[in-house]
Ligand binder design. Structure first.
Ligand SMILES: O=C(O)CCC(=O)C(=O)O
Length: 266
């Protein structure tokens, strides 16, 4: 089993309230990613890519039980033999709308589902969406990975819990807007450094109403160094990561052995 994983992050524009346009855009970007000479092992995309933040109509346009999304992404991952971290979608479940990541293995099986735990009140999420209540984890080529969505990265406890449970990678789909680029880069870098893990974050780009999204999808290594980062345009970024770096960093600076939780954990 190789320690090297090739990643593709689809930094796409999302049309609010138009799932058809978004499915079509995603399809063409997925086709582009798998047509590269060196096919990616893992493909991911941004938060709420099916509907965008059309919150006032979200109940009507959310994907019921994620059925359409799951069928589409399962077929694609199986056909091309790739892992997919399916961004997140607005999903209607028991008459509630959740913001959910579905991840797929190379055979098209659902490898994990995770619904955003922390709702972002600055964008009225709590008025329209229900929060998830369990962490998201999966295994990719023998390595444990964690899932978080956008605002979740402001909660270091969640990333630390995932790392303590063995995660070496953290995937973060997002719709993170201007003017908080500094927060985006700083928080993601801090999660990578403090947990000595790869952080792979895919943001949307483009505008929606008066909100401007800056892209800057990024892949950070366990030292917090940037391996790849997009600008503000619609693009796909590719990155090769060597999973053995996690153990190397953790043995050089043994943060996890040096923790003293009895002093600072409630
Ligand atoms: O925390 C932030 O500044 C942005 C979060 C956000 O836009 C979201 O969770 O959708």
């Amino acid at each position: 089993m190789s320690n090297i994983l090739r990643l593709a992050l689809l930094q796409m524009h999302i049309e609010a309230g138009n799932p058809e346009a978004n499915f079509s855009k995603l399809t063409s970007m997925l086709e582009e990613a798998v047509s590269q000479e060196q096919k990616p092992d893992v493909i991911m995309f941004p938060e709420m890519w099916n509907t965008g933040y059309a919150l006032t109509e979200i109940h009507t346009i959310a994907d019921r039980d994620g059925a359409r999304t799951k069928a589409f992404l399962s077929d694609f991952s199986k056909k091309h033999g790739v892992h997919i971290i399916g961004g997140s979608i607005a999903e209607l479940k028991s008459e509630k709308v959740l913001n959910t990541i579905y991840a797929f293995d190379r055979e098209g099986n659902v490898a994990a589902d995770y619904s955003k735990i922390h709702l972002f009140r600055l964008m009225d999420e709590e008025k329209y969406l229900a929060a998830g209540d369990k962490p998201g984890r999966l295994e990719i080529e023998g390595a444990q990975a964690g899932l978080m969505i956008c605002y979740d990265i402001r909660f270091p406890e969640l990333a630390r819990k995932l790392a303590l449970e063995g995660a070496k990678l953290l995937f973060v789909p997002a719709e993170w807007p201007h003017p908080r680029l500094h927060h985006w880069r700083t928080l993601l870098t801090a999660r990578a450094i403090e947990n000595q893990m790869f952080v792979i974050a895919c943001n949307r780009m483009g505008t929606s109403g008066s909100t401007e999204f800056f892209g800057h999808s990024i892949v950070l290594d366990p030292w917090g160094e940037t391996i790849a980062e997009a600008g503000e345009e619609e693009t796909i970024i590719y990155a090769d990561i060597d999973l053995s770096l996690v153990d190397a960093v953790r043995s050089k600076i043994p943060v996890f052995e040096d923790r003293r939780p009895s002093i600072y954990e409630a």
